[in-house]
Design a protein around this ligand. Structure first.
Ligand code: 6PG
Length: 261
């Protein structure tokens, strides 16, 4: 049972809800999934959702793949996309697709052709970025500027303030035209595929799931406009006219001024 958590607005204008623990965050996110899916399917006959990588979404995926949430989703009218992917094959332990397959996709009745994997295995990641951009453009409605519109995007945040694979100081942060890029991430000595800000900010709804003490400092910097603080990538996701909502646990909010020690 989800505890109720008031909707709060940060000094930087971000709306968020704080839950006692990561389990409650996942439950709230599952409710959002079901709500947005029903709303999108009623309004447009379909529902597109982009999954986040990392560890935080696992609880959400396991909830959605189990009763009662599994039975509250119309799996025949849903398309699954990915926010980013590592430069690894789909069966690699670091693959976001593998995590999604194991925690969600193998457990629900969704047709393979409705799951759109970002392919991290090709040597030419730029070509895959172009392919995935075209896929988004073909499968989704677009804005007047031609930007594909996802119904719901789940995102996480790293301790350095990155989201998807938009890492601080990387070229993808300034991408305004392409919808998907292969981003060099020198701090990880790797390349990553990632959706860009234009696509994230065109989404009808973006929900961040952020939990744990390790994120607390960055959350405080993003939520409380501190003089001289840099604009972290996660703080630059500002969908318009879409909805932005951060779902956090108390640990991730423990550095907010006024937070209970
Ligand atoms: C990835 C994710 C990334 C993730 C953050 C937080 O590919 O790693 O897309 O943006 O959301 O790194 O990861 P955790 O949930 O594991 O803390």
């Amino acid at each position: 049972m989800i505890v109720s958590a008031p909707l709060v607005t940060s000094r930087s204008g971000i709306e968020y809800r704080v839950y006692p623990d990561a389990g409650q965050v996942a439950l709230s996110a599952a409710e959002h999934w079901v709500l947005h899916a029903a709303r999108s399917q009623a309004a447009r006959g379909g529902f597109s959702v982009a999954l986040s990588g990392g560890a935080t979404p696992k609880k959400l995926h396991e909830l959605i793949a189990s009763a009662p949430y599994r039975d509250r989703v119309d799996w025949g009218h849903i398309e699954i996309f990915f926010g980013d992917e590592r430069a690894v094959p789909p069966d690699h332990p670091d693959s976001n697709y593998r995590m999604a397959r194991e925690t969600l996709l193998d457990r629900v009745p969704i047709l393979e052709e409705r799951v759109h994997r970002m392919q991290g295995e090709p040597a030419d990641l730029a070509a895959e970025a172009r392919r995935y951009s075209r896929l988004l453009e073909e499968r989704l409605e677009r804005t007047g500027e031609g930007v594909p519109i996802l119904d719901l995007v789940f995102l996480g945040m790293g301790g350095d303030g990155h989201t998807a694979s938009l890492f601080p100081g990387t070229a993808a942060l300034s991408e305004r035209r392409e919808h998907v890029v292969a981003n060099d991430v020198p701090q990880l000595s790797t390349r990553r595929l990632t959706l860009t800000f234009p696509v994230l900010n065109a989404a009808r709804s973006v929900v961040f799931l952020v939990t744990g003490e390790g994120k607390a400092e960055r959350v405080a910097e993003i939520f409380e406009v501190r003089p001289g603080a840099p604009a972290f990538p996660a703080g630059r996701v500002r969908p318009n006219p879409g909805e932005l909502l951060w779902l956090l646990d108390a640990a991730a909010c423990s550095r907010l001024s006024g937070a209970r020690p």
